[in-house]
Design a protein around this ligand. Structure first.
Ligand code: 6AU
Length: 476
């Protein structure tokens, strides 16, 4: 294969795909060497060789369910790679068509499919990241890109900072060596290109313009600045200060047990989620000591009321009645089912000013009737209320381009995969690394453990390390 690679480099030179002189790159840098792979469509045998070399370089191409070429030059390359490897392809539109479905990604794929990016030349990496942004917005997973030529001008590091590992057939230096050895270029030109590589640096500000804000790769500190809802800001702050993304579900039937439980797990949690209407001996006097515990241990009280009625009724349920939720719970859950009137009701009801909503977009229970469109429309509804919405309750990495929202993921347990009433569980590692959870809700995994405080600490540590792992730049 190494010989094939060398022969291929020489062919590229012969067809003028690699030229020497004075050229301007896409982002405005002058360069003595220019690689124009557009001509390759006129040389089918070479295109075929390029595809074979890429498949060889990437190793196990069957790790990917989908491939995508960066438009436009890499589209024919990706097509041939797809045919040769039998891995299906999607196409990214540069602009969504302004009629019909407005899809940015054409082709058949499933959320979570692993997509390999294909590109001809990398200078800054910005074109690849534009494509990655659209793919991840469509819920495809992108971790690797295969490239014909790395111009060694910072693109590889820039991709790495954004979670993409680059695999290149050649560096510019290697390519120059092959061409010099074949006497296609002289030492003067080689020196000129070497000097150019040593002195040219891609302007960081040009690069940063294109950085995609993928919440899954961002720190809570950075995301806190982008949150518009005051409770989201507070949660981000608590999470990074206490180093915990654990929310416990305190589904406990007695007032005394609830207080004891809150006191025990308090040091390890960012939020305590209640179903206050299940407390058999509920009395409004329960609220004050609960608030004191929350203040002492710095966590948020979160009433999981799942409001789902017309706005006016929700206003009463939220701010009146025995529970007077808005007076003590800064956070509540809401169903999008009944429309935005519910959110308007929460926004305008009496009660404490700093309030936030987790909107339910997906559920952890088997056989739930939530459809893909319902989920998508729920996210859209949330985006209409950035000041009110703390985040989304869901089971998959949605809204990756909206780092100000928090993903809350219930159905988390180490011991069991399900209960006997349809609840489904994932492990803490899975929910953070695969499902996109920022905050994980653990109920019975902690409340029914022999020592809830010990269990809470254990979950806290696993979840926090998984978060650190997720935002870490890939170094391999
Ligand atoms: O860990 P568990 O199964 O003991 O408790 C899970 C908690 C319960 C549910 O009411 C809640 O999480 N929940 C939610 C929430 C938070 O709204 C949504 C969902 O889809 N699944 C789920 O279990 O208190």
């Amino acid at each position: 294969m190494e010989d094939k690679l060398k022969a291929f480099a020489k062919e590229l030179f012969k067809i003028d795909a690699i030229k020497f002189g004075e050229y301007k790159t896409k982002i405005g840098l002058m360069t003595p060497v220019y690689c124009d792979l557009r001509v390759i469509v006129s040389y089918p045998k070479l295109l075929e060789t390029l595809a074979e070399l890429m498949i060889w370089k990437i190793g196990n191409i069957n790790n990917y369910n989908i491939i995508c070429g960066v438009p436009y030059t890499a589209l024919p390359i990706a097509t041939v790679v797809s045919i040769k490897s039998n891995v299906s392809m999607v196409m990214r539109r540069k602009e969504a068509k302004d009629y019909g479905t407005k899809k940015l990604i054409e082709g058949v794929f499933k959320p979570g499919d692993n997509c390999l990016i294909i590109e001809d030349v990398i200078t800054s990496g910005s074109s690849i990241l534009e494509t990655v942004k659209d793919l991840t917005n469509s819920e495809l997973k992108c971790t690797d890109a295969i490239i014909l030529l790395n111009r060694e001008q910072g693109g590889e590091a820039f991709l790495k900072n954004n979670g993409i590992k680059m695999h290149a057939l050649f560096n510019l230096t290697q390519l120059m060596d092959i061409l010099q050895e074949a006497n296609y270029i002289d030492s003067l030109m080689v020196q000129k290109v070497r000097d150019y590589l040593a002195t040219t640096k891609v302007d960081e500000s040009l690069l940063n313009k294109n950085v995609s804000q993928n919440r899954l790769k961002m720190s809570f500190e950075d995301r806190e600045k982008l949150a518009k809802n005051p409770v989201a800001k507070r949660l981000f702050e608590i999470m990074r200060n206490k180093q915990t993304t654990l929310c416990v579900a305190a589904d406990i039937l007695s007032a005394t047990d609830l207080l004891n439980f809150a006191e025990a797990v308090g040091p390890h949690i960012c939020a305590l989620k209640t179903h206050i209407d299940i407390v058999e001996d509920f009395n409004p006097n329960l609220i004050q000591p609960l608030q004191q515990i929350a203040d002492r241990h710095n966590f948020v009280l979160f009433e999981d009321r799942k409001f789902a009625d017309i706005g006016k009724t929700v206003e009463y349920q939220y701010s009146k009645g025995l529970y007077s939720i808005s007076s003590w719970a800064p956070l509540v859950t809401v169903h999008s089912l009944m429309g935005p009137g519910v959110l308007d009701a929460i926004k305008s009801s009496d009660g404490a000013k700093a309030r936030g909503v987790f909107l339910l977009a997906e559920a952890s229970s088997a056989g739930n009737l939530i459809s893909e469109n319902y989920t998508k429309d729920t996210i859209k509804m949330a985006e209409q209320y950035p000041e009110l919405i703390t985040g989304i309750v869901c089971q998959s990495p949605l809204f990756t381009n909206n780092p100000g929202f928090i993903q809350l993921c219930p159905g988390v347990q180490l011991e069991n995969k399900q209960d006997n009433l349809g609840q489904k569980y994932n492990s803490p590692l899975t929910v953070v690394l695969e499902k996109g959870a920022d905050v994980a809700v653990v109920g019975r995994g902690i409340s029914q453990a022999p020592e809830p405080a010990v269990a809470a600490e254990k979950y806290k540590k696993i979840l926090w390390n998984a978060y650190l792992e997720r935002i870490k730049t890939r170094v391999d």
